[in-house]
Design a protein around this ligand. Structure first.
Ligand code: PMP
Length: 392
């Protein structure tokens, strides 16, 4: 059987129409396929490869750790240097109330654990998400995700959940003394990149303070410089009670984390002990890869590059068929107002060697989320192809 036949027969599929690029390599902002083609990557593995594919420092850190040890024990028992150093480095970049890091394996697992933590801290059960949100594919995350198509086959989901709408001050009244957590993407990703007003976010923070609900920011997609700040909560100047991380956190390897204060996290260590556990969370490889990637991010000024290149995309992507280019930094949605046109443009770009991608919940727009190392020349090349496909 050919690789393509095996792929379709034996690998569980997520859709009836996978792109099925046969990848043999990747470097920087490029992906290479067996048929000899090179693709300029505007997706970054869905906001994962912030430092580009196979950054030499990240690869060196992974190889070095391979020569020491891989998995040795489920999370939390041994003092493993990669976990500890990475947690300390993250804490040094975050406000003092976010000084304690729990590493897990994915974004959705980190969301699940943050919900458990919020219930423990508050002794309450109600969980609130936002309209149009996406938080992952497991049951708890799906309960807060507002995507009817993804939810309805899995009902019933968690009880005692509710949803509020971005920028609606009246909806903040739904947060009450019964609310354990309000989970928010500080910039919504799969909704087609929706940026809330800072005034609303500040009012949300105040409402959580007034009612004692914990504010959880899902920065799985926005973290690590993608939006032109190290973390997106820094745009509005408000600090969440729990910060959820994933995607770029592992430097290209699978990883998630939830971050809060030491006092809150300690609740998971007692009554019962092992209040949250994971076999592979904090595995040494994603920890060293993530730490190396974070160092690259800071040393190479990638956060500023994200801001500058995002502005350049917005300047260049001007066309009568482009209704709007939304977003911050290199987390952008190009809205064409027409789902068929989006299909044509994404596939047309693919034919011309530029990889863009769809959104889960916004069919009228396509996504631009390249590695943060993208150069001005590459941005110009990408935009020229997009504009050519749209028709000059
Ligand atoms: N939160 C957000 C904002 C996301 O974008 C995603 C993934 N697209 C998740 C959570 C879930 O992360 P994972 O796929 O690693 O479970």
């Amino acid at each position: 059987m050919s690789l393509h036949e095996d792929f379709l027969s034996h690998l569980a599929q997520t859709s009836p129409y996978p792109i099925a690029l046969d990848v043999i390599g990747a470097e920087g902002c490029h992906i290479f396929t067996r048929d000899g083609k090179r693709y300029l990557d505007l997706v970054a593995g869905l906001a994962v490869n912030n430092t580009g594919h196979r950054h030499p420092k990240v690869i060196a850190a992974i190889k070095d750790q391979c020569d020491r040890y891989l998995h040795v024990i489920p999370y939390g028992e041994f003092m493993q240097e990669p976990q500890t150093r990475y947690a300390a480095e993250l804490a040094s970049l975050l406000p003092p109330t976010l000084d304690n890091v729990y590493f897990v394996n994915s974004g959705t697992e980190a969301i699940e654990a943050s919900l458990k933590l919020a219930k423990r801290v508050t002794g309450r059960t109600q969980l609130i998400g936002c309209r149009k949100s996406y938080h992952g594919a497991t049951h708890g995350s799906l309960s807060l995700t507002d995507n009817t198509a993804k939810r309805y086959r899995n009902l019933p989901l968690l009880p005692d959940t509710d949803h509020i709408t971005f920028n609606d001050p009246d909806d903040l009244e739904r947060i009450s003394e019964h609310t354990a957590a309000v989970v928010v993407e500080p910039i919504q990703g799969d909704a087609g990149v929706r940026v809330p007003e800072h005034t609303w976010l500040r009012a949300l923070r105040q409402r959580c303070n007034d009612t004692g609900a914990l504010l959880v920011f899902d920065e799985v997609q926005t973290g690590f410089g993608r939006t032109g700040k190290p973390f997106a909560f820094q745009h509005s100047g408000i600090v969440p009670d729990i910060l959820v991380l994933g995607k770029a956190l592992g430097g290209g390897l699978p990883m998630g984390a939830f971050v809060s204060s030491r006092a809150r996290m300690d609740l998971l260590t007692r009554d019962p002990v092992l209040g949250h556990i994971t076999t592979f969370g904090g595995h040494p490889l994603p920890c060293v890869a993530g730490l190396a990637a974070l160092e690259v991010l800071l040393e190479e000024g990638l956060v500023n590059n994200a801001a500058r290149m995002g502005t350049l995309f917005k300047q260049l992507l001007v066309h009568p068929r482009i209704k709007e280019v939304r977003g911050e930094g290199l987390m952008l949605a190009v809205d064409l107002g027409d789902a068929d046109l989006v299909q044509q443009v994404v596939l047309g770009c693919l034919e011309r060697g530029v990889l863009g991608f769809w959104f889960l919940s916004c069919p009228t727009a396509f996504r631009i989320a390249p590695p943060l190392v993208i150069s001005e020349e590459q941005v110009r090349e990408a935009c020229a192809v997009i504009l050519e496909v749209l028709g000059n």
